[in-house]
Write a protein that binds this ligand. Structure first.
Ligand SMILES: Nc1nc2c(ncn2[C@@H]2O[C@H](COP(=O)(O)OP(=O)(O)OP(=O)(O)O)[C@@H](O)[C@H]2O)c(=O)[nH]1
Ligand SMILES: [Mg+2]
Length: 196
């Protein structure tokens, strides 16, 4: 998709603060530091629209962006960062759960995994939860630039053996090289088309 405009809309921690849900929304979820904000920046061809950091736990609110006045993107705070202050870790669950439970505009949740790693217990819990609630999700394996072709094939095989991931598309992505960007936009467009 050709990105003509991309802007930050607002940050929120609870439903009363969300922007109006009048656009179809794609949420980006995953472990802390996995590359969620970087993926959003790569998708919209902007260096720092979504704030990124080498330190895990950068995104601590739900950040909403608007693309082409047509699509809303929600950058969710990451989970599984053991070193985060207790209040931050305690705030994560209600923040993300109430978002996923109440946000009617959600059309797709992109679950990002580090292409080099396996599925964490938190990833499985989230995926299970999305499946149970019938929320469409897409697995994206990011930081693919760090893997050789051989390692990719091996990783795909390992992940496909996970019961939760069997029969699911696994899309390699790199915010660094732009690999997978067109495919990901294609998947997003498809999700927006096929949803009510
Ligand atoms: N090599 C490589 N590094 C990446 C890629 N995507 C992200 N990174 C790096 O990974 C680190 C974390 O990226 P972020 O985009 O801030 O990750 P996040 O998931 O938003 O992190 P939190 O907001 O803390 O949960 C940064 O140092 C990025 O430069 C990628 O595709 N390839
Ligand atoms: Mg982030």
């Amino acid at each position: 998709m050709k990105v003509i405009s991309a802007e930050f809309v607002k940050s929120a921690t609870k439903p009363s603060e969300y922007p109006p849900g009048n656009l179809p929304e794609v949420a980006v979820a995953g472990k802390s530091n996995v590359g969620k904000s970087s993926l959003i920046n790569a998708l919209v061809n902007r260096k720092n629209l979504a704030r990124t950091s080498a330190q895990p736990g950068r995104t601590q609110t739900i950040n909403f962006f608007r693309v082409n006045e047509k699509i809303s993107l929600a950058d969710l705070p990451g989970y599984g960062f053991a070193k985060a202050p207790l209040e931050v870790r305690k705030a994560w669950k209600p923040m993300v759960e109430s978002y996923l439970q109440t946000r009617r505009a959600i059309r797709l949740v992109i679950l990002i995994l580090d292409a080099r790693r396996g599925l964490s217990p938190e990833d499985s819990t989230l995926l299970d939860w999305l499946d149970y609630h019938g929320i469409p999700s897409l697995i994206v394996l990011t930081k693919a630039d760090k893997l050789s072709q051989f390692e990719r094939a091996r990783q795909k095989k390992t992940l496909s053996a996970e019961p939760l991931l069997a029969d699911r598309a696994l899309l390699f992505f790199s915010a660094l090289t732009g690999e997978g960007k067109n495919e990901l936009w294609g998947e997003i467009a498809r999700a927006l088309l096929t949803s009510p």
